[in-house]
Design a protein around this ligand. Structure first.
Ligand SMILES: NC(=O)c1ccc[n+]([C@@H]2O[C@H](COP(=O)([O-])OP(=O)(O)OC[C@H]3O[C@@H](n4cnc5c(N)ncnc54)[C@H](OP(=O)(O)O)[C@@H]3O)[C@@H](O)[C@H]2O)c1
Length: 338
């Protein structure tokens, strides 16, 4: 079996660590793993399959030659600065940031939905926004059957969506709040205390009143589903959950829907589990989805505000479906295309 040289930029972060774990777990055929990190930090290393891998500093003139696949899991700025350089050095780039998602020449891919888009790549492939990816795992099979018109949704996004520092901030604040029984000013990542709170604002506000994070569902959803008239009104909310995002969705369809038909579409759809027994207290929850590859959908009911509408709640590990697992699945598809 052919093996590949794989690189990861940002392997010490929340997403990068998961990329390494998923590569090992799925036994991706790796000949050599190279890790790149922030410049100015010497003598760092990470462990992979029992080996110690040195972290190379990502300097202005990085040595990418010989790498087959390079996964970016740092900031959008780092991707902007280095992705094209990597492509020119012969790498195929899978980018977790939002830097290239809407670029016409860049496929934006969830393999269970549009793996075919990979065929036209020109060196860079984008991983979608995590909230969008988790929502589409449930919405796409329903769209194929009933043709979605629009959705109104609210997200419940975990602190790890803001990286490792988000997790650290929640844990510090919970400790301070519990031990000292006071609001804390110990915050660097979120604008307000996140422990025992919810923050209805993620991303940067635009003139429309939506944040850029909120517009990703419509913009990226249109591109991934190849559905140019899809409309999505999303309110993004940060919640004091360590890991896994959830989304409450009301969706309107062109065709007549029923709860029974929705169930039969979703049961057996790839990457999604139906957990839907409210009277038995069985529904999707982030605590249960954390660490799981599949997303879960439940609370499926006829929407009482839309004519052909369904409401449902979907929960999934955003570090996996919204980042690392999706990226590794893309690598697996790329290998098949060689
Ligand atoms: N967190 C999520 O749920 C999630 C989901 C989907 C997509 N994403 C996207 O994935 C990317 C990574 O997010 P994250 O949550 O993993 O962030 P993170 O925990 O803050 O990790 C960022 C990583 O990037 C590295 N880095 C920072 N500046 C660098 C530089 N100049 N050169 C090389 N490496 C550098 C950091 O290395 P040091 O250890 O040296 O600081 C760290 O390893 C972001 O673009 C984010 O938007 C995140």
């Amino acid at each position: 079996m052919q093996k590949y040289t794989v690189g990861i930029v940002g392997a010490t972060g929340a997403v990068g660590e998961e990329v390494m774990r998923v590569l090992a777990q799925r036994d991706f055929p790796i000949k050599k793993l190279r890790i790149f990190g922030r410049p100015g930090r010497n003598d760092r290393s990470v462990g992979f399959k029992g080996k110690i891998i040195p972290v190379e500093q990502l300097t202005r003139d990085p040595h990418f030659r010989g790498i087959d696949y390079l996964v970016f899991a740092a900031s959008g700025q780092v991707s902007q600065n280095f992705a094209h350089l990597a492509v020119n050095s012969g790498c195929i780039v899978v980018d977790n940031s939002s830097a290239f998602r809407m670029a016409k020449y860049v496929p934006l891919v969830i393999p269970a939905i549009n793996a075919h888009a990979l065929k036209s790549h020109q060196g860079i492939i984008a991983n979608p926004n995590c909230t969008t990816a988790i929502t589409l795992m449930a919405l796409w099979p329903l769209h194929k059957r009933f043709k979605v018109k629009r959705v109104i949704a609210s997200s419940y996004q975990s602190v790890s969506g803001a990286g490792q520092e988000g997790i650290d901030e929640l844990e510090r604040q919970i400790k301070l709040d519990v031990e000292e029984r006071r609001m804390t000013n110990d915050r660097f990542v979120f604008a307000h205390q996140i422990a025992f709170n919810v923050l209805p604002y993620i991303g940067n506000i635009s003139l429309s009143g939506y944040t850029d994070e909120e517009m990703k569902m419509q913009n990226e959803g249109r591109k991934i589903m190849d559905h140019p008239t899809f409309r999505a009104s999303l309110t993004c909310v940060r919640v004091p959950v360590r890991r896994a995002h959830s989304i409450s969705v009301s969706a309107e369809f062109h065709d007549t829907v029923s709860v029974e038909a929705a169930h039969s579409v979703l049961v057996g759809s790839p990457g999604i589990d139906v957990i839907d027994d409210p009277s038995g207290n069985r529904y999707p929850m982030p605590l249960e989805q954390a660490g799981h590859d599949n997303c879960a959908v439940g609370r499926i009911r006829k929407d009482c505000a839309f004519e052909n509408g369904l409401s449902f709640f979907v929960s999934g590990d955003q570090l996996l479906r919204g980042a690392a697992l999706n990226a590794v699945e893309i690598l697996e598809e790329l290998v098949k295309l060689r």
